[in-house]
Design a binder for this molecule. Structure first.
Ligand code: SF4
Ligand code: SF4
Length: 133
């Protein structure tokens, strides 16, 4: 049986706040088609990589449905079905040795399965696509 991930049961949206989540051009275009928003209204370019924009009031990703800027407040992704791959993989990230690890920024990381080599390969492939213009 697949273990239930803690995000919803814990009411957590920490990784959607003050986000620096990158996304590919094709992911941005798909989000644009689904939401009717122009890419410029939900992204910015950070170190040459397209990145999700935070709302000025909530300081959370513009797609997070939340009433609060409190990092521990609840929130729900309004584009869950088409969220970028980086959001799907998180809290799995790459360390400087390109190994897949659970990110310290996730307060419930101990409840996730340990990442493996397949996760590392998926993130390395994503990294390559993020750099393509
Ligand atoms: S991945 Fe971690 S930080 Fe993000 S919502 Fe789930 S528990 Fe919270
Ligand atoms: S797209 Fe959704 S899952 Fe990704 S950071 Fe924004 S609100 Fe969170």
């Amino acid at each position: 049986m697949v273990k239930q991930l803690p995000c919803v049961p814990m009411g957590c949206s920490a990784c959607c706040r003050e986000t620096t989540m990158p996304l590919t051009i094709s992911e941005a275009k798909r989000l644009s088609r689904r939401t009717g928003m122009t890419v410029e209204t939900f992204t910015w370019e950070h170190n040459g990589v397209l990145t999700l924009l935070n709302d000025e009031t909530t300081r959370a990703c513009v797609f997070l449905l939340t009433a609060s800027s409190d990092p521990s407040a609840e929130g729900m992704c309004s584009v869950y079905e088409v969220r970028p791959e980086g959001c799907r993989k998180y809290p799995i990230v790459l360390n400087p040795k390109d190994e897949a690890i659970l990110d310290d920024g996730c307060p419930h990381r101990s409840q996730f399965p340990q990442p493996n080599d397949d996760d590392a390969i998926a993130l390395l492939n994503l990294e390559e696509r993020l750099m393509r213009k």
